[in-house]
Write a protein of this length. Sequence first.
Length: 351
Amino acid sequence: MRVLSVVGARPQFVKLAPIAHAMAGRVEHVVAHTGQHYDELMSDVFFRDLGIPAPDENLAIGSGRHGEQTGAMLEGLELVFEKHAPDWVLVYGDTNSTIAAALAAVKMHIPVAHLEAGLRSFNRRMPEEHNRVLTDHASDLLLAPTDVAAEHLRREGLAERTIVVGDVMTDVLMQTRREVEGAALPEGMTDGDYYVATIHRPANTDDEENLRGIVDGLASLDRPVLLLAHPRLVRFAAEHGIDLTAGAIELRAPLPYPQLVRAVDRAAGVITDSGGLQKEAFLLRTPATTVRPETEWTETVDLGWNVLVEPTPEGVRSAVTRPQPAETEEAPYGDGAAAGRVVDALLAATR
Ligand code: UD1
């Protein structure tokens, strides 16, 4: 059996790592990179650090408006699928690379499997929400990370195509945590006495008032704030004349995955609008503050380890000064062996 994985953006490289390892020796695995993320620190470093073989195909599409970027992917992926004739196209998460790959594949009658199926924010202003919903409905096999995700799919009439496999980001996180045990912390940071922050959602970066509110909040915190700046954040802060080095903020480039895991593990808290990071914080039992009106990973909030706040200085401040959450043994994201189940499910569905 030949599986063709399509990835393009940073979180997808992290998800690809455990999948690529689980596929090895069991199925033929071809990897296509759309080139949505292309900087060394946004792309190459993940392949290197996580031991993922170099992509077999790289479309090098880069940035652009939604239609321009997604359209170029559709066109390029069609040729890649034609060349490799896969039995399955495997798509990841919710980016423009995900929807482009799913759409290109179904039009060519190639079965599509969606990893991380069934997540919903129910916020129709997020491009990712449309990418998820449309990809789920186009796909033949829905690989859900949690029971909550599977329930969303059931309500949309997709139960028959759904399997709960667990969360593959938990697989890679658990393994990486073991590997970086005892490794150095980011320069200038003292164990347990700093925050990690990432902000990149268009709703926060592109809106001047929201961005100013968040940055003012971070600048006023009681400990150093390691702000790992996504290119989108840097670009919009410059456009709006917002200083990303004010007060407590320590502005840094994005971290490679192992260093990020180490930094979050030893931080006093995380402030983010990323989907993945709030869950990674939970798995490492570091309290998270999510600057968004909703989350796809509701279990983190229900268990008390994640709080949703407004993009204001008070929002950011109130959440990071809250009491430590109660310990929990709950494991809503699985046992760290999801990737093997993904391969089992693909093999079973092919027979
Ligand atoms: C994308 C995904 C989002 C995901 C995020 C992870 C979509 C719609 N959004 O958002 O779901 O959470 O990736 O990071 O697919 N840029 C660079 N270098 C790079 C990549 C991007 O400078 O390597 C710049 C681009 O020029 C652009 C901005 O970052 O200005 C946004 O990149 P883009 O891939 O369009 O979306 P993200 O905001 O990264």
